[in-house]
Design a protein around this ligand. Sequence first.
Ligand code: CO
Length: 147
Amino acid sequence: MAIRDIVKDGEPILRKKCREVDVFDAKLAKLLDDMKDTLDKADGVGLAAPQVGILKRVVIVEFEDFFLEMVNPVIIEQSGSQIGQEACLSVPNRSCDVERPNRLVVNYQTRKGNKKQIVVEDFIARIFCHEIDHLDGILYYDKEYKK
Ligand code: CO
């Protein structure tokens, strides 16, 4: 495991669309392990692969005792709404309010390629939205909520 450099806003890679993962190999496992190390070091709540320079549909989410790795995550249902502040490890010294759904149903694959589904709510749902947006080159402030 190793800590990778976090790509900062302004680098074109953060604005690109990531490819789906179709090979579930040791390289993917290493990417996920390194992302966990990198997130822990940075003390964040989520990280997407493009933030470490890899254009693959891979994210991790870690908040309190919740931790999940998702490969090829897809939001298949969403409901409700919440407005709250977001920030991003790739966008230092900045934050703003963003409106997000309050509840999501998400399909994803594990690092071994197994298909799973999870329902998340509240702040975890917010993190999921933020990280999954990264996979399509969207940064949270693109969606700034203005009263
Ligand atoms: Co971010």
